[in-house]
Design a protein around this ligand. Sequence first.
Ligand SMILES: [Zn+2]
Length: 198
Amino acid sequence: MALVLDKEEIWVLECIKEAHIDKGFHIRDVIKKAKNGYGLSRSTVYEIVGYLEFHGLIKTNKAGNREIDESIAYFVTCLGCGKEIPGNEYFKENGKQVCEDCYLEGHQKIKFADPVAVRSKKLFRKQHGFEGAEGLTELQKEIYDFILEEGGVTPEKISKLFKLTPQETRNQLAILRHCELLKWRKMGEEMYMVPFDS
Ligand SMILES: [Zn+2]
């Protein structure tokens, strides 16, 4: 069974990494860091270190010191979307661990399914008398037309076909989503962008 660490366990692990020197780490340094950085109590740190030891993530080396066993894999749960991600692939967002997608989404100005953005975009389009693909950029029109023809397309396919980075694709799709020209639909395990009226 995969070892999935929670928020406090990740905090302690980060403190351990900071306190780590060549010969291992001393629990006293970890307690200090965990207390100052995250307000964790001494007993919580001991409890978590014990848990990590139980799972082999922390071992005692030849010198009798505790150290991290880099060969032990662990996962964290993204606090944005709930996805499990490898322990070395998470990002920190306001002290919370999130996956790359959630991190990027938090850092882009245009967010998916943002009700305020949808309303203002709709109002703008109404004021300007835009309907359908009117008022869109050439790229947005092409993407929109393509999705209309296909009936549903994954963001990955859009990235590939239109030679956009995943981030650019997300931004373009977010705009089309805000115009209520497209919406998300889950098909099987994958998320597709489909025409809004479908
Ligand atoms: Zn996520």
